[in-house]
Design a protein around this ligand. Structure first.
Ligand code: ZN
Ligand code: ZN
Length: 276
């Protein structure tokens, strides 16, 4: 009887510790801010940063279990990775044309002695690539907290663009252009604050061209001769006061010239996205 009573008491104490220990109030965090700037006229640049698990945390048996990110200014995130013993992030500033480009990323890491119990998020659905053919817009269906996007050029085999988008389910290709005739894979993975990413969902497409009637010559391929304003000739006054007609050399008297916008074809080619 005595032994059993003692055991009950011990269990109760362990249970209490368990409840207190898992409380949010006990979560330890570290915050670090990475700040960058680019001078006017300089090229885009990327930087890689790593935060290692503090020794004091390791001694207590704690490891990284969550991260929060906050971006300011022009800074974007290209890639990130949360592991129990480190956090890795690659940030980027776009080319600075007229103004100094600057921004910062604030990373907050939370430690715990147990791995997150929540399941990893499901893969995203409903991927959409649309809009201007070489600088498309992208959308997807998901939680929209942290979404890792990649643009793989299947024709060249190169990953041409990557971003981690915070708090949105849409994005623009904010840097570079896609190539007409190339095939692509738009890839999407999502995560919550635990930094564990879902499986990737991919959407295949190619950039093709569509023929559109030329807006300048309305499809005729010709426009008014700029030299003679369409008259085909010039009129001057001769020695006897009689009008003298001179044929326009630029249009050979026709009064029209080949449309310079469409090169006389009557149409222009516009890049478009074709789903595959
Ligand atoms: Zn034209
Ligand atoms: Zn002319």
């Amino acid at each position: 009887m005595f032994v059993r009573g003692n055991l009950v008491r011990v269990l109760a104490v362990v249970f209490l510790f368990g409840v207190i220990g898992s409380g949010a109030a006990f979560a330890e965090t570290i915050t670090q801010t990475f700040e960058h700037s680019l001078a006017v006229g300089t090229h885009a640049q990327s930087w890689e940063h790593r935060i290692d698990l503090p020794d004091a945390w390791a001694m207590k048996g704690q490891f990284f279990v969550k991260r929060q990110l906050a971006l300011t200014g022009k800074m974007v995130i290209e890639r990130e990775e949360l592991k129990p013993t480190y956090y890795f992030v690659k940030v980027r500033l776009p080319k600075a044309y007229l103004w100094v480009a600057k921004g910062n990323l604030q990373v907050t890491l939370e430690g715990a002695a147990e791995a997150p119990a929540t399941p990893v998020l499901d893969a995203c659905t409903g991927l959409k690539v649309s809009g201007p053919g070489t600088t498309p817009k992208m959308a997807w269906v998901g939680q929209g907290k942290f979404t890792a996007l990649t643009m793989l050029d299947r024709t060249s085999g190169e990953n041409v663009w990557e971003r981690v988008i915070l708090g949105k389910t849409t994005a623009d290709l904010d840097e570079g252009n896609l190539n007409v005739g190339h095939h692509y894979f738009f890839g999407v993975r999502q995560s919550d604050e635990t930094g564990r990413y879902s499986a990737e969902t991919k959407a295949g497409f190619r950039v093709d061209v569509k023929k559109e009637k030329c807006r300048y010559c309305y499809g005729s391929g010709w426009e008014t001769c700029r030299n003679c304003n369409g008259a085909g000739h010039f009129v001057s006054t001769g020695p006897n006061g009689q009008p003298v007609y001179t044929i326009c050399g630029a249009c050979n008297g026709t009064g029209r010239q080949r449309c310079t916008w469409c090169n006389g074809t009557g149409y222009t080619e516009v890049p478009i996205i074709v789903n595959e």
